[in-house]
Design a protein around this ligand. Sequence first.
Ligand code: SAM
Ligand code: DTB
Ligand code: SF4
Length: 324
Amino acid sequence: MRYDWSVDEIEALFALPFNDLIFRAQQCHRAHFDANEVQLSTLLSIKTGGCPEDCKYCPQSAHYSTPVERALLMRKEEVLAAARRAKENGATRFCIGAAWREPKGRAFEIVLDMIRAIKDMGMEACATLGMLDAEQARRLKEAGLDYYNHNLDSDPEFYREIISTRSYQDRLDTLRHVRAAGMSICCGGIVGMGESRRHRAGLIAQLARMQPHPESVPINMLVKVPGTPLDDVEDLDPFEFVRTIAVARITMPASRVRLSAGREQMSEELQALCFLAGANSIFYGEKLLTTDNQAAEQDQAMFARLGLRAFRQDTPSSRRMVNA
Ligand code: SAM
Ligand code: DTB
Ligand code: SF4
């Protein structure tokens, strides 16, 4: 496993002829995973909207006027009912998200309780609650949380154009606390925000230099939401999105690379190319956090057309090697 990728090297991967890039990604994919298995995570926004941060892509930021309606923290019973449905539908991981700068007070205690109950149902639990300090990370681990999602979102330089209320270093600090507490990391980014290829290579370099690599790497295609400052940014070439997945697969060969936000806006042919490039995880269920996702029935039909299977559990054949 390599942890010393330079941005230049990664940019050179991006620049390979498409067929050569996909071939290399397939080789890496098949050395580490069953290439026809895809892991399913279901998302639930447990506290929606009104977020104090100013992430320019996000419909939940209080800085912008978007169609998202604010909602209070959901009740535990509602969250558990959604987790139960996700499990019945075949998801192995349930991920709860809150539009917070960081968790605080009584609300954090309630979330810990939700996590304990999700774990009691026998699912993997993931949460994305904003910044954490060391003690909060420790308490999430103690409650049984398996994964914490906290994205780097972009290259450090481009990041400054997207978010002003939280620094790149804040994000790295949170990730450090998550690791120190012994949880797995889900960390990726968004493309299609008007960044350059060099910036995309810079994001992948940041992720691929983490040691160990994040166990899950969500690659989101920007979902343009009216009212957000990125609403009218130019579309990214879809092949460039596939290249980003392939480069993530090559540089982080044993990680689950997730074809994340943006599937609803993609053709199934494009999604098939993403699986070919090494994506082996998706968000599954009718909603992401606030925006629509491809329907579960449509995913089932797409899996049947492509001969893909939902991943059930880690077995020697589904995951031949683990992160060094
Ligand atoms: N508030 C928490 C935080 O930012 O850490 C957790 C929730 S936040 C919505 C989780 C991630 O969703 C963001 O880091 C970003 O990568 C992704 N995201 C948000 N809005 C998006 C959009 N419009 N399109 C694609 N991805 C988006
Ligand atoms: C991630 O990387 N993508 C997910 C999850 N982690 C939390 C969120 C996507 C959000 C898309 C916009 C929305 O639905 O609000
Ligand atoms: Fe808030 Fe997270 Fe949205 Fe940023 S991405 S505005 S932190 S909910």
